[in-house]
Design a protein around this ligand. Structure first.
Ligand SMILES: [Zn+2]
Length: 267
């Protein structure tokens, strides 16, 4: 009896995952339309900026969304706020980032890497929210982005540099400095178990409330993996476990960062 019930539950789970794979493109486009107030044919008008802290964040955490937006012919840019110089490998890591972005469909001309002495790659360094806000806002204005995607308040891995970026974007949102047509999204951090159950997390990601759910299939996974392998300086044994088991290699979910009244001065 228990065996029958277990087989039935596994079968239902399998059917559910299959269903998600048949629906995810449509759902992703519908969510984008609703978030950006655009029509289905206007997805090419999406100008998205991903804001990350280190070279490799783009593929470790955001690969599904990069790939899906590139598929829609959106204009996708990356702002990486450090060279990842913690072990003095900054020059090498910049090259790795360029190759990784190529795999994700982002040309080098759309990748900006900041090398600022006050924004070191260091979990113990407190990045200035004011400096980050200025750098991010300048980038938003320069390219008139209508979508900005970054970490949430837990930073997915809990890295303080990731969390500082979220705080800076939240500050920009709360102080009303972001243009009206620009939507701010934060990548949802999930718990440890969900983080490492790969595709088995899909039904939960699909079901739990989020404003954008982005899923990739086996072809997308191959691209995300190829991007991860570009970061050769980071390929320690546990990276291979991450590539194999992390749900972030297959699915991203986002929440909106609410925006306050415009041009509010915060003292
Ligand atoms: Zn990072």
């Amino acid at each position: 009896m228990y065996l029958f019930a277990a087989v039935f539950v596994i079968f239902l789970y399998y059917i559910w995952i299959k269903y998600i794979f048949t629906r995810h493109r449509r759902t992703f486009t519908d969510s984008l339309q609703s978030l950006l107030q655009i029509s289905r044919t206007d997805c090419g008008d999406i100008r998205a900026l991903f804001v990350t802290a280190h070279p490799d964040d783009e593929c470790m955490f955001f690969a599904p969304t990069f790939l899906r937006l590139a598929e829609l012919k959106a204009s996708v840019h990356l702002l990486c706020l450090s060279e990842g110089n913690f072990y003095n490998q900054g020059a090498e890591r910049k090259q790795e980032l360029a190759h990784s972005c190529e795999e994700l469909g982002i040309p080098a001309s759309r990748v900006t890497i900041i090398n600022h002495k006050n924004l070191p790659d260091d979990p113990k360094a407190e990045w200035s929210i004011s400096l980050l806000s200025t750098v991010i806002m300048k980038q938003i204005r320069t390219h008139s982005f209508n979508m900005v995607l970054t970490f949430d308040g837990k930073g997915v891995s809990g890295h303080t540099n990731h969390i500082a970026i979220y705080e800076a974007v939240r500050h920009l949102a709360a102080s009303g400095q972001v243009p009206d047509d620009c939507c701010l999204l934060s990548l949802v951090t999930v718990g440890l178990i969900r983080k490492y159950i790969s595709f088995l997390d899909l039904p939960l990601s699909w079901l739990l409330p989020s404003c954008l759910c982005c899923v990739i299939g086996s072809q997308g996974y191959k691209q995300a993996k190829a991007a991860m392998l570009c970061h050769r300086t980071q390929l320690l044994w546990f990276r291979y476990i991450y590539i194999t088991l992390s749900r972030y290699m297959l699915v991203n979910t986002f929440q909106i960062i609410p925006q306050g009244p415009k041009n509010l001065k915060i003292y």
